[in-house]
Design a protein around this ligand. Structure first.
Ligand code: AMP
Length: 221
């Protein structure tokens, strides 16, 4: 059962496929802290065929980051709806202007958890990732396969590959990460917020994150 913890405001930083979504899921299960996943917010709009989804789609399919003001507005609106509860930001901020926007809005972060995964592992993970489009549940044909091949465990519906997991989009996403997201490592380190967790296996990295959040949350309490 999830342990109830005092309010905690975390952000997950890492390349596409570094396991941010998986860790956000585990944090919710173990600590009861829910996530705000910027990519999920956008995919939900695309799925519902909204105007926001229409604007975001071409960027996502090309493996490019959507404009800063656009995603910042969407995430800030979501955070306001959450009120004073704690949360884990999954995939936001992803650029320096986005990080500055959080500071301007006086959104406090307690810690930034940076997932450091080698590029080869990332490429392999992205090419074997499958999702259930409606719920966002993620599978990996190598290390987290669905019970029935190609089918969601909960609904039995067909799984799909994300459009931005195609090889050319992956190259673009990794470039965006290097050029626009990686500068955040120095940014958050200079503010004393950065905690890096390196490794290629989720099951080995998770206990370290679990221990960190446990002690961090105790120190807040
Ligand atoms: P994700 O599911 O976090 O990998 O995000 C999927 C895609 O959504 C990214 O490749 C971007 O195109 C877009 N996206 C998600 N979060 C952001 C963000 N913070 N800034 C810009 N684009 C984003």
């Amino acid at each position: 059962m999830a342990a109830r913890v005092p309010v905690s405001r975390l952000a997950l930083l890492g390349a596409p496929g570094s396991g941010k979504g998986t860790m956000a899921h585990k944090i919710r299960l173990h600590f009861g802290i829910t996530s705000v996943a910027s990519g999920e917010l956008l995919r939900d709009h695309i799925y519902r065929r909204t105007e926001i989804g229409h604007r975001a789609r071409s960027y996502i399919v090309a493996g490019r980051l959507v404009p800063d003001d656009f995603i910042t507005h969407l995430v800030m609106r979501e955070l306001q709806q959450r009120g004073d509860d704690g949360w884990v930001l999954d995939g936001f901020p992803r650029t320096l202007p986005q990080a500055h926007a959080l500071e301007c809005e006086r959104v406090r972060l307690d810690a930034v958890l940076c997932l450091d995964v080698p590029a080869d592992t990332i490429r392999q993970r992205l090419s074997s990732r499958w999702i259930h489009a409606r719920s966002g549940r993620v599978y990996n044909t190598h290390f987290n396969p669905p019970r029935n091949a190609g089918r969601d465990d909960v609904t039995g519906e067909p799984l799909v590959q994300r459009l931005d997991d195609r090889p050319d989009a992956v190259v673009a996403r990794l470039r965006e990460y290097r050029e626009r997201t990686q500068p955040l490592v120095t940014h958050f380190a200079s503010r004393g917020l950065l905690h890096t967790f390196a490794g290629t296996e989720t099951n080995k990295v998770w206990p370290e994150i679990h221990a960190f959040i446990s002690s961090h949350v105790r120190s807040l309490g």
